[in-house]
Design a protein around this ligand. Sequence first.
Ligand code: CDP
Ligand code: MG
Length: 752
Amino acid sequence: REKAVKDQFNMAGTVIGNILGVKNEEPKEEGRDDTQEDAFTQDAIRKPAEPGEGDEGADFKAEGRYADHMKKPNEAASEFSRTKTIDEQRRFLPIYGCRQALLNVVRDNSVVVLVGETGSGKTTQIAQYLHEDGYTTFGVVGCTQPRRVAAMSVAKRVSEEVGVELGQEVGYSIRFEDVTSENTVIKFMTDGVLLRESLTEGDLDRYSAVIMDEAHERSLNTDVLFGILKKVVSRRMDMKLIVTSATMDATKFSEFFGNVPVFRIPGRTFPVDIIYAKQPCEDYVEAAVKQALQIHLSQPPGDILIFMTGQEDILCTCQVITERLLELGDKVPAILVLPVYSLLPSELQAKIFDKAEGGARKVIVATNIAETSLTVDGIFYVIDCGYCKFKVYNPRMGMDSLTIFPVSQAAANQRSGRAGRTGPGRCYRMYTDFAYKHELLVQSVPEIQRTNLGNVVLLLKSLGIDNLLTFDFMDPPPQDNLLNSMYQLWFLGALDNTGSLTPMGRKMVEFPLDPTLAKMLIFSEGLGCVDDVATVVSALSMPTIFYRPREREEESDACREKFFAPESDHLTLLNVYLQWKKNNYRSDWCTRHFIHAKSMKKVKEVRVQILDICKQLKMTVSTCGSDWDQVRKAICSAYFQNAGKMKSVGEYVNMRSGMPCHLHPSSALYGMGVQPEYIVYHELVMTSKEYMQCVTSVDPEWLAELGPMFFSVKQPGETRAEKRQKEREKKAMMEKDMADYRARQEAKEAAQ
Ligand code: CDP
Ligand code: MG
């Protein structure tokens, strides 16, 4: 049974339910067929035990043993939302007290910066207030979020508060998922979506007001939107812009928009005790798990929020907690363990707001998404692992990598603040007092200063902003990053030597995809395989389509191997899709083959959307049938900068940077008899080693043909140094051309 529990846990981004309840379930007959669909709907694990069943520990609420433990006060918040009507809940929020004052300030100013503690009601209320005040009679009230999860969950909540069906008056739009209709007047969306809309509708005319929520997060797209919206409001007197921030440091925002008013929502927070680790911890997952269990066993009721770095750590934390609890046996009260991270399916994300069956203690294990964008009531304990995961761009290597960093002091304080929303709380930091004071940065570095700007450059260029170095950035990105991203776009063929968009670049902008993926798709037209490449691209937009439960690794690996195209992980994805299609897109087929049915459905949806764009661009959509070399060539056309040459079995070196990169054991190419000498990969992930994700073998001639700026077929007698020298010369020439062009433009502007 324990195994059954664990298996269920491992099904897809998961929730483990009322453990005692689970133990009462009969194990399913066929291990394999209690599908991930079950885990997604959670029926199996969340079904409460029948009360009065007599089995000890079956339903601890019905039992005397833990009654005391559960009946302590402190339940105020959850009680509150359980017993009060939605209207009462709305009136209880701190923002409600200054509703009218806020509306007055908005009426008198084009731009307002709004500051309020997390949970004061900014995200859920402002759009509604504007709606109630008539702003939706002449346009849509839009609200941007840096995160997809937040956009979806908030839209759902607001639709309930307004009392309409989600997707009608209140809707949301995130990449590849538009849940709005003609009736939508309150629209939540990711900042990326609004940024894209500004491409087709420069003045965002359909909006009467835009709320840029979570501006303190300083996401890349928010930072770009700042510059764009600043211009829009200066042109459109009828538009309102509200910029919200959870941190008190809003002066910078106000100054950027020309010293606009800052409206502060009076806070209502309780003191939070901060408890530091005595020594630096070696393993923050282990430390956090121990802390959580210790709280659970010795502290009064109140939910626990654990901050972890990302999906992998989160799932591991959830699992270890669950295992330890099982080891402790029936004597301990149940816990509802809930993971939250951006790639978790939305129905599961929504679970964090639900009340636990029988009032069990909830343990939410989250990324920094729970720092400010999601507010869950009833948290009294916070455990902060002290780290977060960021994508950082290394301009020298020309690549992004997801890396784990210590949090900033500002983020640490946001995290601890989550414990003091509904009563005095406690925050356990898994790092020392000394580390907090001396090792953490005061503020986090805004994304725009640390990531690849390929997409941004492409967008701004197509908005006609030619000289990016003069764009109105609140904090300009390092020039090196900007130039390097331009260089990348240049070798992908999106920019010409003068830094202007090429026809290829113009097409690339149309796709809501990374420039590389867009390039792959556009290039595939000439190879007659748009249809096939669209499948590959869609599958790449999913975190994974393979399902690999712990304890059944071998079984699932064996199943996956049957799909392997020995020369390519990309083709393996294509193969899975085609097989699925052959089997009428059935979910039970997926389940039988250890494939995520939900992910596959999403792949199918994304594919349709991508092909729609191809058709709009009048591209010829055809398939290459079984001539998959064409698909590999298309992949090569976009990823030649990630080319590797075999060094030894399983190990390659990046042909440009000399970086070692390894085949991942899950790759189709791993453990094959003859490994290809040349490959390209989708991205490099640093874990214990530099692992390549998604690898495809290529012909060296393709590299020379498709990436001539880096590769050439070696001339007899030419040394490596000479080859490098040529490469450097080409880049220098491109940079000089761009600089000359800029100088000419500037001279022209100055002369006018
Ligand atoms: O944006 P801010 O942090 O100021 O607060 P909010 O997200 O508007 O949250 C206000 C209240 O709504 C909190 O008490 C949340 O717990 C509640 N809420 C909810 O119950 N369900 C959601 N999906 C979002 C918010
Ligand atoms: Mg908010």
